[in-house]
Ligand binder design. Sequence first.
Ligand code: PEP
Length: 247
Amino acid sequence: MGRKVVAGNWKMNLGLAEGVQLVKEIEANYTSNDEIRVMAFVPSLFVSTLADTASSLEIGVQNFYHESKGAFTGEISIEQVTGCGAFIGLIGHSERRSIFGETNELLKAKVDAAVANEFEFIFCCGEPLEVREAGNENDHVRQQLEESLFHLSANDMKEILIAYEPVWAIGTGKTASTQQAEDMHSAIRSWISEKYGEDIADSVSILYGGSCNPQNASELFACENVDGGLIGGASLKADSFCSIINA
Ligand code: PEP
């Protein structure tokens, strides 16, 4: 399956000094190797400093805009991000979709800008609670992928990382069961396979996100189609984040 990845999403938490400390503590506690990529999606203001502080921990941004420059107050471009030392970003986190109104169409523009700039990204998808309760989670997630991602060429698709994050599990302490996670991850892989073939589907890393913690990580990561995790709350402390990496 895809390469293993454990990624922290700090969201709008921590000050700069705390962030520097956390990067140092994480790096003191895990040994980086070829099998697992470890990354942290940090507040964009901190990117320069944290990219200088980190040696093997990859520093990424939680958001970016698809235009390269101009009158877009408050936004940051891919060129600005890479100029500050980060080479990967999140696209389509559920908080960007629900709080900031990001649509599948806008996310497609971000996907295209990232691909054009050879900027790596994790594409986040996942269904809200009411969609799961109505039994429509597969249609919902498939539509997110179809409308923002599945126009890519096979060559570009094989570089993509996907995070499946059921919205009802994010920051709620409620985790998807291993069955729910595996069912969706294998569905995502089968949709990629239908469109791009099995080799490409197998090369895409599909991460699980949603209240993943040191207690449940090994069970989730043992699922055949789960290639790692996108971790919110539990990435803010080195001990819990490193336990998840070790899982
Ligand atoms: C996230 O924000 O991507 C996330 C998974 O958060 P948490 O782990 O806190 O549920």
